[in-house]
Write a protein that binds this ligand. Structure first.
Ligand SMILES: [Zn+2]
Length: 277
């Protein structure tokens, strides 16, 4: 498999959703200690880390590519895995030998939550109220609010390539390089088409393809090339189902054409130039 290119961020929505779901068993657990080995990964501190010690986890959600912990006392912890980060559970007795472990959050349920990130593009935010933080995120692709009508409004008169537009987190959040390529393949739309040139029926297909690709990947617990692990530190399975991403020079599964790779908006893009129009 072709190596993951710089700028390709995993986890995207399905991977963060997979982590979020696997962490739900910690609802109701209380933080006993927070061990920060690298202060640089704390991107914002509305309060000191010690202040969440004693806090009980009341919810764990995903917003775009962010993981959002809310505690019973209203304090919040936001985590972004960047390009290569992992956030997973260990048993409290387990010795952590992995490199690049920057934060360990100890819980009273005999578990520790480990934040590990070799490349440090991610981080943690200690926040009192996340509404402002998340207000610039666009619509969630799996929500009922993400519709063909919404997408039609956003692409209207845009000359930007549709691929680049899909990566704009303020329009639709959680899509990265892998799922943009896969969704455009499913919808049979060339990624370099000016967004504004898409017909109403193409926009309808694309909206549906985005939702399906995301849901299918969540069912397979996300895509792992090298780095992604779920909340149990286990690999995902969707890499076996990708149709174009990382498939340069291989046969197209739909038409037998050859998968091409091209830079679009600075990002490596994979598509079939025979059946994607
Ligand atoms: Zn094809």
């Amino acid at each position: 498999m072709e190596a993951l290119k710089r700028g390709d961020s995993i986890p995207e929505l399905p991977e963060v959703e997979t982590i979020s779901r696997s962490l739900q068993i910690n609802l109701g657990a209380r933080i006993t200690k927070i061990d920060i080995k690298c202060a640089g990964v704390i991107r914002r501190r509305d309060f000191e880390p010690e202040e969440i010690c004693g806090s009980t986890i009341s919810s764990i959600n995903r917003k775009g590519k962010f993981l959002n912990f809310i505690f019973e006392n209203g304090l919040e912890l936001i985590i972004h895995m960047g390009m290569s980060g992992r956030f997973y559970m260990v048993h409290e007795d387990e010795e952590i030998l992995a490199p690049h472990v920057h934060v360990i959050i100890h819980l009273d349920n005999k578990k520790g939550l480990v934040y590990q990130d070799a490349r440090r593009f991610g981080g943690l935010w200690l926040i009192r109220d996340s509404r402002g933080f998340f207000s610039r995120l666009g619509r969630e692709p799996l929500s009922d609010e993400f519709t063909a009508e919404y997408l039609a409004r956003k692409v209207k008169k845009r000359r930007q390539a549709i691929k680049a537009l899909l990566l704009n987190q303020s329009i639709v959040c959680g899509i990265g390089n892998i799922y943009a390529d896969e969704a455009l393949f499913e919808a049979a739309i060339r990624p370099d088409r000016p967004a504004g040139s898409l017909s109403a029926s193409e926009i309808g297909c694309l909206c549906k393809a985005i939702k399906e690709v995301m849901q299918n990947s969540i069912q397979k617990r996300g895509t792992t090339f090298r780095d992604f692990r779920d909340g149990y530190n286990k690999s995902g399975g969707f890499q076996d189902y990708l149709k174009v991403y990382g498939k340069t020079d291989q046969d197209c599964s739909r038409c037998g054409g050859i998968i091409k790779r091209k830079k679009i908006g600075g990002r490596s893009t994979h598509f079939c130039d025979k059946c994607q129009k």
